[in-house]
Design a protein around this ligand. Structure first.
Ligand SMILES: *Cc1c(COP(=O)(O)O)cnc(C)c1O
Length: 454
């Protein structure tokens, strides 16, 4: 049995896959919060280069990957696909388990797959600086690396609690040449407003997004980049699933179920959308399961409605499953999954019953992560442990029901810079978090007022 399935560089996909072309119900348009009319390219132009705006609204099935982007992808792509032989042996269930390993990238996660093309299109349009936000630091690290490759300056607004708790991520960004600011900061109106209300605010992704957008909107040479949620970001990540398709073909296999953690939806989309294409176009029946933390359950407990992507309300209104843009998730260690909404594409697919969602508690996830590390030799990022816990559930179900299955999951990143999370787990300092109805209903009424009138 082959353990590791490599693709040659020449086999690296030449196009990204855009699922919009094949969706039975197309995503609803983003709306201008003032007029409640669909936003046009001119509304987005202060923040994004025109090529990315075109990709954001594109319905073309495939978009070419530029040669200069492919050249940089070669540093870590094609990424390996592993057969989880150690885990299979341990679980002793009628399952085959494969995982795509994105931890081999410069930042240790899938994020550079979109950071590199985003920096490239900005460079092509003469942009001098890119601002962004980062939660746990994965996205900031990826964008810092990508900007450095194309000679663009990079300013990162890092959620304060992570800035204080994860100094190594900040130093990685500095090493790649970026400036890193703890958010909320005094540099922006959005940050100053929050600090006036709560001088000890530990920040949130929504606040950091507001700060980064505010800085970009003020300067014609500065643009903004987002590491998840938007259609073009999800599309860039489809290189993961397209490579996995080819690697599974080499292994002579095809998945019954594809699993990934979901923060905004980009790594889930990346691995799952190319397989969903087989369902939409060729009558296959692959299950795609997105796994979210029980403390931030937008897919399983949230409402499908128009909401802002950030806290200050600078973004267009997006139709998505949301817990409300003022929702403050508990301080769990899977920082990349602590976002109040899910991408428009994943939300529409869930609404249409084309994907599944599962919410898991962090103790079960860390236990699964440690099991995986012992069996396979790779320490997963706290986000990735959510997929692993669901894989173990699937294996147990397969055993119970006597129904064999082939499972593919996304090992979206390694946890080498997250060892404090593991330390807290071993020291018994981590808790499960019960999401309450109050948390939900406290935030949604103000969003009711944002809905377009029917
Ligand atoms: C950012 C991140 C996530 C969550 O973001 P998605 O857009 O949902 O993929 C998950 N895992 C890791 C390792 C991340 O860095």
């Amino acid at each position: 049995m082959t353990k590791k399935i490599f693709l040659n560089e020449s086999e690296m996909p030449r196009q990204w896959y855009n699922i919009v072309a094949d969706m039975p119900n197309k995503p609803l348009p983003p709306l201008h919060p003032g007029t409640k009319q669909p936003v046009g390219p001119e509304d987005l132009a202060p923040l994004f280069p025109m090529e990315l705006i075109k990709q954001e609204v594109s319905a073309d099935r495939y978009v070419d990957i530029p040669d200069q982007v492919r050249d940089i992808y070669r540093i870590w792509r094609p990424s390996p696909l592993f057969r989880a032989t150690g885990l299979e042996k341990l679980l002793d269930a009628p399952v085959k388990i494969y995982y795509k390993y994105e931890g081999v990238s410069p930042s240790g996660s899938h994020k550079p797959n979109t950071a590199v093309p985003q920096a490239y299109y900005n460079m092509q349009e003469g942009v001098k600086k890119i601002t962004t936000e980062t939660g746990a630091g994965q996205w900031g690290t990826a964008l810092s690396f990508a900007c450095q490759q194309f000679g663009i300056e990079c300013d990162v607004y890092m959620v304060k609690i992570s800035y204080d708790q994860k100094p190594y991520r900040k130093i990685m960004m500095n090493t790649f040449g970026a400036n890193v600011y703890a958010s909320p900061s005094n540099r922006t109106q959005a940050g100053r407003n929050i600090l006036a209300q709560d001088p000890n605010s530990t920040g949130s992704l929504g606040i950091a997004i507001s700060e980064a957008i505010e800085m970009a909107a003020q300067d014609p040479h500065t643009k903004y980049a987002l590491g998840s949620v938007l259609n073009h970001v999800l599309m860039h990540q489809t290189i993961i699933g397209q490579e996995a398709e080819k690697q599974l073909e080499i292994a002579g296999d095809f998945p019954d179920v594809v699993i990934a953690p979901l923060g905004g939806g980009s790594n889930f989309a990346g691995i799952a959308f190319p397989f969903l294409r087989h369902n939409l176009m060729h009558g296959k029946n692959v299950r795609a399961v997105a796994v979210e933390p029980a403390s931030c359950p937008k897919l399983t407990k949230g409402k499908f409605m128009y909401d802002f992507g950030d806290t200050a309300g600078y973004t267009p209104l997006l139709p998505m499953y949301t817990l409300g843009h003022n929702f403050r998730p508990a301080a769990i260690h899977a920082g990349g999954l602590r976002y109040h909404g899910a991408s428009v594409l994943c939300s529409q697919l869930l609404k249409d019953g084309l994907i599944e969602a599962q919410a898991l508690q962090q103790l079960e996830c860390f236990e699964a992560g440690v099991t995986f590390a012992k069996a396979e030799g790779i320490i997963p990022a706290p986000e990735a442990t959510h997929a692993i816990a669901q894989v173990i559930r699937e294996a147990n179900m397969a055993k119970l029901e006597g129904k064999p299955r082939t499972i593919l999951f996304n090992m979206c990143g390694h946890g080498f810079v997250d060892m404090q999370a593991y330390a807290d787990y071993f020291d018994g300092k981590l808790n499960n978090h019960e999401f309450t109805e109050e948390e939900l209903f406290g935030n949604l009424p103000e969003i009711d007022a944002l809905q377009p009138t029917a």
